[in-house]
Ligand binder design. Structure first.
Ligand SMILES: Nc1nc2c(ncn2[C@@H]2O[C@H](COP(=O)(O)OP(=O)(O)OP(=O)(O)O)[C@@H](O)[C@H]2O)c(=O)[nH]1
Ligand SMILES: [Mg+2]
Length: 288
């Protein structure tokens, strides 16, 4: 059985960093994983692990921009369309691995997740090859300033989720930057968020959030009230909108996230139990 984890989410959410930590964790626990890079703009030197499959071997953003005069965003879209037309390339690359666990580092372009056919087509191809696939969607905890940003993050996650229809895990990344004492912490880029402020977003009660007063200068226009309620009801009705916190500085946190991923894909369920080779069964009856 083969497995693939699509690591998705908006630009800078921490996808590549998480993918590398995921690889390290698999290695440390004597499991084999392989990194796949689907970001045509990624600089290869920035990878801690050499990808076994790299979209840049098929097409590179630099070439598209230089030779076809595309800008960076149009260039990326061109690269994905090129990959879609050359799925046999990916299939061939994937062909050499069986019994594998692939960590697929995706690009951060939001259109890929909302309306571009790239990821749904990719997923269909993986499924056709009998690769069990799930997706994680990372959202940067540093953007969770208020409930409006939270809702907008949730809606982006949901729009990606309904587009793909595969097992799905939302992750709140960079939790190491969430401190309990923000006044004394200057390490965060956007300004540290307090733990208790983030906590209510991890397993949110949208109706409760909705009843909170808005922050100053952002008094809700009554015209939008009905729309807001409708969005909130949508989130409320959707069982999958909760977030696992991810703090990469904490091994337990990474292990928890990975165990959810394994569970979602039912990793290991169909594997034959691996008995140590030279162990006589009768010797250790307690191991049953
Ligand atoms: N403190 C902290 N910083 C992080 C963490 N994860 C990522 N970063 C930083 O956030 C920035 C973006 O991280 P990446 O892993 O490149 O994010 P990405 O989602 O792959 O970005 P794109 O591929 O450009 O969409 C880098 O400066 C990382 O060092 C984290 O868990 N904690
Ligand atoms: Mg990246």
């Amino acid at each position: 059985m083969r497995y693939a984890v699509l690591v998705t989410g908006p630009a800078g959410a921490g996808k590549s960093t998480f993918s590398a930590s995921f690889m390290t964790h698999l290695q440390n626990s004597k499991r084999t994983g392989h990194l796949v890079n689907l970001d045509p703009a990624a600089s290869t030197s920035s990878f801690e692990y050499e990808p076994v499959i790299d979209i840049k071997d098929l097409i590179s953003l630099d070439d598209v921009m230089n030779e076809l005069q595309f800008g960076p965003n149009g260039g990326l879209v061109y690269c994905f369309e090129y990959l879609l037309e050359n799925m046999d390339w990916l299939e061939e690359e994937l062909g050499s691995f069986d019994d594998d666990y692939l960590i697929i580092d995706c690009p951060g372009q939001i259109e890929l997740y909302t309306h571009h056919p790239f990821l749904p087509t990719l997923v269909k191809n993986l499924q056709r090859l009998s690769i069990r696939t799930c997706a994680v969607y990372l959202i940067d905890s540093q953007f969770m300033e208020d409930k409006y940003k939270f809702f907008s993050g949730v809606l982006s996650a949901m729009s990606a989720m309904v587009n793909l229809e595969i097992p799905w895990i939302n992750i709140m990344s960079k939790m190491d930057l969430v401190t309990s004492n923000p006044e004394h912490d200057t390490s965060a880029r956007i300004g540290p968020r307090k733990r208790k402020d983030i906590a209510r977003f991890l397993d949110p009660d949208p109706l409760l959030l909705a009843s909170e007063p808005g922050h100053e200068g952002n008094v809700m226009n009554p015209k939008f009230h009905a729309l807001n309620r409708a969005i909130i009801q949508l989130i409320e009705d959707h069982p999958l909108v909760s977030f696992l916190p991810l703090d990469l500085t904490n091994t337990d946190s990474l292990e928890t996230v990975i165990s959810h991923i394994d569970y979602t894909m039912q990793y290991g369920e169909d594997e034959e139990p691996k008995e140590p080779h030279d162990l006589d069964e009768g010797d250790f009856p307690d191991l049953e």
